[in-house]
Every structure is written in structure tokens, then in C-alpha cells.
Ligand binder design. Structure first.
Ligand code: ADP
Length: 245
């Protein structure tokens, strides 16, 4: 997976803001006092690995959905790679979303397509050159350790394997940012660690990684930046473990 900005040194990468929330609030019900996010500001720099933690209902998924531009903030601004998401034209939204890699708790693979086809589908959607697709898919399946299972269907695979396919699919278009919303929520500890180790590997190759999780053990062990959310507000933002949330 080549980093598109190969000319940058590691230091340069870590200084470039890639996700900026500037006083963002989100209320799902217009005029309601019930805010999912309240005046949230933070910056994630290029090449960072960030955990977002907090109790259920604290606003974590809202934050991810805002980055995806699936929903719009009620107030405030969000910039991704210098682009004001509020100014994206309708025609640009699909292209923007395709520049992100996204992994969900429930894998969301296409059940009637095999492993190869699931990953290749992501390339077809962005109209990648047909000749290049087999090589790109094969590289990603090797990265996640599943090249031998390319003909298997999702229902023939374990949860851990399905999540690795989902990860290969999220990465095959070489996204600048990988968003993972509870990627280990349906996995046992061993598979959870395999996924986290892969996310760390992907991050080492230059992709900015943002992971929503409830998994205290993993957050404590990995010692990354942790943004803690509670009742729609950031209550802590530092490198280290899960904290008291
Ligand atoms: P988390 O991901 O931390 O569990 P969410 O971002 O899903 O939290 O939710 C934050 C708050 O917003 C909660 O109070 C939740 O009930 C509310 N909420 C989330 N999605 C919607 C929605 N589509 N419509 C109305 N309220 C919502």
C-alpha cells in the first residue's frame, strides 16, 4: 500500500491536520436541547492513531458519521484534509466518502459474493483500471492473511476472518483515513487483537486511523491517543489508557 505522499517525512506527516472539528454541535431533533454532540473541537493529524471511547449514547457514532459526511452538524465546521465538509457539493459527496476506508462492527460484507469479489467490488465502484484490480485485491488479502481464502463466501468464514476481509475492502483504494466503528465488538479477544495489530500495521504505513471502541484492555495496552466522550462532550484527550469513562 503506497503512501500517496511519499515525499513527506514522518515528521511532516504528523504536523498536517487531517480531521478538524471546530466547535461542532449536533442535535438530531431540530430546536431540541438534546444534543448528541456539544461544542466539540479537536484536531487529528496525518498519520495519527486515535481511539474514541465513552459510554453508550455519548456521541461516538455521531462523531464518525459526521466525518463520513453521512450527517451534517447543527453548528460548527468540520474540515477533512483541508476541505470544509459543509461546502461539499452533492456531486462531490460520493467521491469524498470513497476517499475514506470504513469498517463496522457487523462487517457488512456482500453475502452473495466471495472474498475476492467483496474486495474487488470496492475497486469497481471507484472505477479502478480493470487490469490492476486482481493485483490490488491480492495485495490486500495477503496483508490481512487471507489470500488462501479468496474463493470463500462470508458465511463460510469466522467473524475474525470476515472482519479481516472488511478491512481489506476498506483499504484496497488506499484511503487517507480509516474509520473503524467498534471493529472488535463482535469478536473474541484473540481475533480482536489480530484486527488491532492489522490496524496498527496500516497506521505504520501512513494511514490515519480512528477507532471507536469499548475495549478497555486493548486501549490500555496500545497506549495511543484516546479521546474520551461523555454526554456529547470531550472530557479527556491524551495519550495513554482508557481512563475512568
Ligand atoms: P454512541 O455511539 O456513543 O453510543 P451516538 O452517537 O449513537 O452515541 O448517540 C448520541 C446521542 O444521540 C444519543 O442520545 C442517541 O440517542 C442520539 N441519537 C443517535 N442517533 C440518533 C438519531 N438518528 N435520531 C435521534 N437521536 C439519535
Amino acid at each position: 500500500m503506497a503512501n500517496k505522499d511519499e515525499g513527506l517525512t514522518v515528521n511532516d506527516q504528523t504536523e498536517t491536520p487531517v480531521i478538524v472539528f471546530d466547535h461542532v454541535s449536533k442535535s438530531y431533533v431540530e430546536g431540541s436541547d438534546n444534543h448528541a454532540l456539544v461544542d466539540v473541537s479537536f484536531t487529528i493529524k496525518k498519520g495519527e492513531f486515535v481511539f474514541i471511547v465513552g459510554p453508550s449514547g455519548s456521541g461516538k457514532s455521531t462523531l464518525i458519521r459526521l466525518i463520513e459526511n453521512e450527517i451534517k452538524p447543527t453548528s460548527g465546521k468540520i474540515y477533512v484534509a483541508g476541505r470544509d465538509l459543509g461546502k461539499l457539493k452533492k456531486s462531490q459527496v460520493c467521491k469524498y466518502r470513497r476517499s475514506l476506508g470504513i469498517v463496522f462492527q457487523d462487517f457488512r460484507l456482500l453475502p452473495d459474493r466471495n472474498v475476492y469479489e467483496n474486495v474487488a467490488f470496492a475497486q469497481e465502484v471507484v472505477e479502478a483500471p480493470k487490469k490492476k484490480i486482481p493485483r490490488e485485491v491480492s495485495t490486500m488479502l495477503t496483508l490481512v492473511g487471507l489470500s488462501h481464502k479468496f474463493k470463500s463466501f462470508p458465511n463460510e468464514m469466522s467473524g475474525g476472518e470476515q472482519q479481516r476481509v472488511a478491512l481489506a475492502r476498506a483499504l484496497v483504494n488506499n484511503p487517507m483515513i480509516l474509520l473503524a466503528d467498534e471493529p472488535t465488538g463482535n469478536l473474541d479477544p484473540q481475533n480482536s487483537w489480530e484486527i488491532m495489530n492489522l490496524l496498527e500495521e496500516v497506521n505504520k504505513r501512513g494511514t490515519t486511523v480512528v477507532v471507536v471502541t469499548h475495549n478497555h484492555e486493548i486501549v490500555d495496552e496500545m497506549q495511543k491517543r484516546v479521546i474520551s466522550v461523555q454526554e456529547g462532550m470531550i472530557i479527556d484527550d491524551k495519550k495513554g489508557g482508557y481512563g475512568l469513562v
